[in-house]
Design a protein around this ligand. Structure first.
Ligand SMILES: [Zn+2]
Ligand SMILES: [Zn+2]
Length: 134
């Protein structure tokens, strides 16, 4: 997976780097406890260390939380600043997740919200179904 978020990665703490690396090795979403299991050999032992690293990675836009699964995935295009609306396609058979952003959906949602004076900070759409391979 090609990543061009070198600048953001440079300023990550050790725990944040470990969490991100563990996520990038798998295309399937990881729960905080999945990550904790993988990172135990690296000396990460407390769930709080993983939660804190995840929160910070989410805030940096390097990781997304999938609310419907209570799990996390590494961002598939972290160099894309225009991440206003993110659409995740989650395969319920193999567990793979692919991430797309779509400017039309973003614009439509923003128009819908601003009509009511609502200011959008974050949009995430999760589609469940079966991927092309399943
Ligand atoms: Zn992303
Ligand atoms: Zn699949």
């Amino acid at each position: 997976m090609a990543h061009s978020h070198d600048h953001a990665v440079e300023i990550l703490t050790r725990n944040q780097k470990l969490v991100l690396e563990a996520m990038e090795k798998s295309s399937a979403p990881q729960s905080a406890y999945d990550l904790l299991d993988k990172l135990r050999p690296h000396g990460v032992k407390a769930p709080l260390q993983v939660y804190r690293a995840l929160d910070q990675l989410v805030a940096k836009g390097l990781v997304h939380k999938l609310e419907s699964l209570s799990a996390f995935v590494a961002c598939q295009h972290p160099s894309d600043e225009g991440h206003a609306a993110t659409v995740f396609m989650i395969c319920d058979s193999c567990g793979s997740v692919s991430e797309r952003t779509n400017a039309c959906i973003s614009g439509d949602l923003r128009n819908l919200a601003t009509t009511d004076g609502f200011r959008v900070a974050h949009t995430s759409i999760e589609l469940h179904g079966h991927c092309g391979k399943c």
